[in-house]
Design a protein around this ligand. Structure first.
Ligand SMILES: [Zn+2]
Length: 75
């Protein structure tokens, strides 16, 4: 089930909404239906491919992930 983050336009309350068929799109605080859908938290903090780069370490070659360092794969 997709989990989305919304912000209420009436009271600025931010909340996550688990979207199902029965889900009602309204603020849990003031029951307003004026909601702004926020960008996914996961998409912002972890863009595609970044986890592989980070796991290889800061000194690893950026092209191939070689732990000996940048450019070592070319020799
Ligand atoms: Zn609200």
């Amino acid at each position: 089930m997709p989990l989305y983050e919304y912000q209420c336009r009436s009271c600025d309350h931010q909340f996550e909404l688990l979207v199902r068929e029965s889900t009602r799109y309204e603020c849990p605080k003031c029951t307003s239906r004026e909601l702004d859908k926020q960008l996914s938290v996961f998409a912002v903090s972890a863009p595609a491919g970044s986890s592989m780069t980070m796991s290889a370490g800061p000194s690893a070659c950026g092209a191939c992930g070689d732990p000996r360092g940048a450019g070592s794969c070319r020799n």
